[in-house]
Write a protein that binds this ligand. Structure first.
Ligand SMILES: NC(=O)c1ccc[n+]([C@@H]2O[C@H](COP(=O)([O-])OP(=O)(O)OC[C@H]3O[C@@H](n4cnc5c(N)ncnc54)[C@H](OP(=O)(O)O)[C@@H]3O)[C@@H](O)[C@H]2O)c1
Length: 264
């Protein structure tokens, strides 16, 4: 679980553990129980954390950590790419360091880490990727975040042929969630978390989809309901979405003159 220490990744990790899977969680804050609890693990192997998950330190923004963190995982296995952070800022207000760090966290770090992990792992791998509805929705002051999420989605779609060539039972699930009730992710933003999706509920949906997936590739949207009375309820639909037009919502909503039909 790349990013299994908090939020949705933690909920997915607990879901994996509850399904009887040996669950390794990567993150900067991944910490095992102190030495005194060694006996509880019953072996010389890696020590679990307080939830019985196997923690491994990884900083996706640190190239040395991405190069050296252990990729020793048993096959067959699920690999979950979940780690992320949000940035709401106009590009001209964004520092060079912020661009560099967010690109490492959301894209180049996981890509380089996956490159090592996939090369080392024997047996079928099922890659589950948490991108975002921000990969196709119209947003404001989020161009870097949205661009990197779209890159993540496009990257895994195009990984499918080579993963299938490597092993016919390899699988990829691309998940685009909408807003989740994870206050730490939306630090500093005044949002109504009661109208956002519960990460535990979304994790359960993701595991149910992945566990029953027969096709090599599935893309799924898990969006929150806006219906009065059921705000925040997850709504599942399959397939990719056409990116929304970046113009003002009024213009996109049909008040603008229709474009002429072009014949090829
Ligand atoms: N929250 C939403 O509304 C929402 C909506 C759609 C999609 N998503 C996507 O869902 C994913 C999970 O988000 P979340 O809401 O669960 O956020 P979160 O609670 O802030 O969790 C982020 C995870 O990423 C890990 N992480 C952050 N920086 C890292 C680094 N430098 N190296 C390694 N791991 C790092 C964190 O672990 P450490 O702190 O231990 O490093 C943590 O496990 C993200 O990819 C996000 O883009 C979120």
């Amino acid at each position: 679980m790349i990013g299994g220490t908090h939020g949705l990744g933690r909920a997915l990790a607990l879901g994996a553990r509850d399904r009887g899977l040996r669950t390794v969680v990567y993150g900067r804050s991944a910490t095992p129980l102190p030495d005194a609890d060694d006996l509880l693990s019953g072996a010389d192997g890696p020590r679990p954390d307080a939830d019985g998950l196997l923690p491994r330190s990884l900083d996706l923004c640190d190239p040395q950590s991405v190069r050296t963190a252990s990729v020793d995982v048993p096959g067959p296995c699920y690999v979950l790419w979940v780690a992320g952070a949000f940035l709401k800022k106009a590009l001209v207000e964004t520092t060079e360091d912020e661009v560099e760090q967010l690109t490492r966290l959301l894209f180049s770090g996981p890509v380089l880490f996956l490159r090592r992990l996939l090369a080392e792992t024997e047996g079928p791998v099922h890659l589950i990727t948490i991108a975002s509805s921000s990969s196709w929705k119209r947003r404001e002051r989020e161009s870097l975040y949205c661009g990197l999420k779209a890159a993540q989605a496009t990257f895994v779609r195009n990984l499918v042929p080579e993963l299938l060539a490597a092993h016919p039972e390899n699988r990829i699930t691309l998940v685009n969630p909408g807003g989740l009730a994870v206050p730490d992710f939306h630090t500093g933003l005044a949002l109504d978390f009661g109208a956002m999706m519960d990460p535990g509920e979304v994790a359960e949906i993701v595991w149910n989809i992945a566990a029953t997936q027969r096709r090599a590739f599935t893309e799924v949207q898990i969006l929150r309901s806006r219906e009065p009375g059921s705000e925040g309820t997850p709504e599942v639909s399959y397939g990719a979405r056409v990116p929304q037009t970046p113009e003002e919502p009024a213009a996109a909503g049909g008040t603008a003159a229709p474009l002429p039909i072009q014949h090829h």
